[in-house]
Design a protein around this ligand. Sequence first.
Ligand code: HEC
Length: 277
Amino acid sequence: MPADDPTRRYVVSAAQVRLGYALGGIGAVSLIVAVLILATARPQGAYVTVDATQHEAALDRADAELRGFDVRDDGSARIDIEHAMRLVAERGTSAVNGGAAATTAAASDATTDAAATTDGATDDATTADATSDATSADASAAAPPAADGAALYAQHCVACHQANGQGLPGAFPPIANHIGDLVAADRTYPVQLLLYGMAGPITVDGTTYNGLMPAFAASMNDAEIAALLEHVLDAWGDRAVVGDGHEPYTAEDVAAERAESLTNAQVHERRMALTLP
Ligand code: HEC
């Protein structure tokens, strides 16, 4: 007898049985999908294992951040101030920890005092020796007979003080139309500033700065620092301020200050004692 015989009555009709099968099928599929989702989901709040490629990618990202400043078409560079500060702090710490400063300072300057300088700077781990960077090895290995001040400026100073020497108001003071006054006030002060850096509030052209000027004792040798100072005097017309009486900086001038072994706070004290226009 056919199932849909109208004379017979069933507790469950044929249509309901089909519906039951359909619902059961949907339920089974949903269950499988749910199990798959659970099986492939990342565990929440737990560590996810990474393979070597992912690890390298993460390192690359961190590395890219270290070089994180962009150079505009006109040759000036732009860098986030906090990023710059952090960068200096990080480089300083790693250089001191790795002992790189001791080797490169001694190599870059063959005076017995170089090592003493570095020791002194190490006492003030976060600041005094803040600039020993990856380039220090290059600087000492390939110290040119005549150092190129413009190239050194582009390498070591431009990120903060900008290609036009104007700095960034409130963050990095200008060097243009300022270095001449500093040299005229005391020719040894700019040498100490570059060797040991500076920390503490200063005022330039009515703007207050309270940042960290990095130390370059470990990343430039004496001839390089001398050449760099002569370059910044020329670059924006500051030589007119110091006049003809100015004796060009020599490696010997820098060596004499390197022997002083100051902290960046002592450089700030010297700065405060200067009489500037
Ligand atoms: C990481 C950023 C940074 C770099 C790189 C840097 N400086 Fe500075 N510089 C500063 C800051 C910040 C100050 C102000 C320090 C303070 O507030 O005590 C400063 C101050 C100065 C001053 C003014 C000092 C004064 O007494 O008025 C001169 C000149 C100077 N820097 C020259 C240089 C030269 C040359 C280089 C390259 C060798 C250089 N700086 C690299 C951040 C930097």
